[in-house]
Design a protein around this ligand. Structure first.
Ligand SMILES: *Cc1c(COP(=O)(O)O)cnc(C)c1O
Length: 224
């Protein structure tokens, strides 16, 4: 079932659009099953949950780990050491900190800057005007590669409104000459795709319903 869900989604993606399999809340066995099919990009949002999974799976697969959760300053070093891409960089102080620490750790993570296209007290992110003002300062930071923008639509928006929001985010990325747009989750990925997403962050429609307590060693057949 996991396989057919994954294959069905992959078949619908045009060239240049990537599936980020969001594996938070899902077992090592489930991740392994997708990795064996050739899925290389996995997203995790909680460091404590991700680190043990990463250490088990990195010995077997060439996985590119993407950090997609809210990133606290004191977790930056750990995230920089274990993740290739960070999608949730939502302030100038955070991006500067990542730059400094990545230099110390001799890493060069890819960065998506999180933007907040509408007021939303529940979410972090740059507002578009601030990002444009700060851009000259951000653009030149060493030891990281800013590749795109990430956004999430407020919960209450209709699908049509989400599509408009994603389109605005794409326009902003183009204005800043950034090639990637990390937009769209299980509930709104088709709208995100229509609006130019290049990274769909999909959890539940790939893995099935989320488990409350992820078990690292559950057998995949029991799990699914
Ligand atoms: C959990 C999560 C997703 C995936 O959500 P689904 O609705 O399960 O597809 C995508 N992006 C972020 C930032 C998440 O935290």
């Amino acid at each position: 079932m996991l396989l057919s869900r994954w294959q069905q989604i992959k078949e619908r993606l045009p060239e240049g659009v990537h599936l980020l399999a969001v594996s938070k809340g899902h077992s090592v066995a489930a991740i392994r099953q997708l990795a064996e099919l050739g899925q290389r990009d996995f997203g995790e949002s909680r460091l404590q949950e991700a680190l043990p999974k990463i250490s088990i799976l990195n010995s077997q697969f060439q996985i590119r780990w993407h950090f997609i959760g809210r990133l606290q300053a004191n977790k930056v070093r750990s995230v920089v050491k274990s993740f290739a891409v960070i999608h949730s960089v939502d302030s100038i102080s955070l991006v500067k900190r990542i730059s400094r620490i990545a230099g110390e750790e001799r890493r060069c993570p890819e960065i998506m800057l999180q933007v907040k296209m509408r007021d939303d007290p529940n979410k972090g992110g740059f507002c578009p005007e601030d990002l444009c003002k700060l851009w000259p300062e951000i653009d030149h930071l060493p030891n990281l590669k800013i590749v795109g923008l990430m956004t999430m639509a407020p919960f209450e928006l209709s699908l049509e409104e989400r599509k408009h929001l994603f389109q605005e985010c794409s326009d902003l990325a183009i204005k800043l000459s950034l090639p990637e747009r990390s937009m769209g989750m299980s509930s709104d990925w088709e709208q995100a795709l229509q609006a130019g997403s290049t990274w769909l962050r999909l959890g539940s429609i790939v893995f099935g319903d989320q488990k409350k307590t992820p078990s690292l060693h559950t057998d995949i057949n029991k799990d699914d």
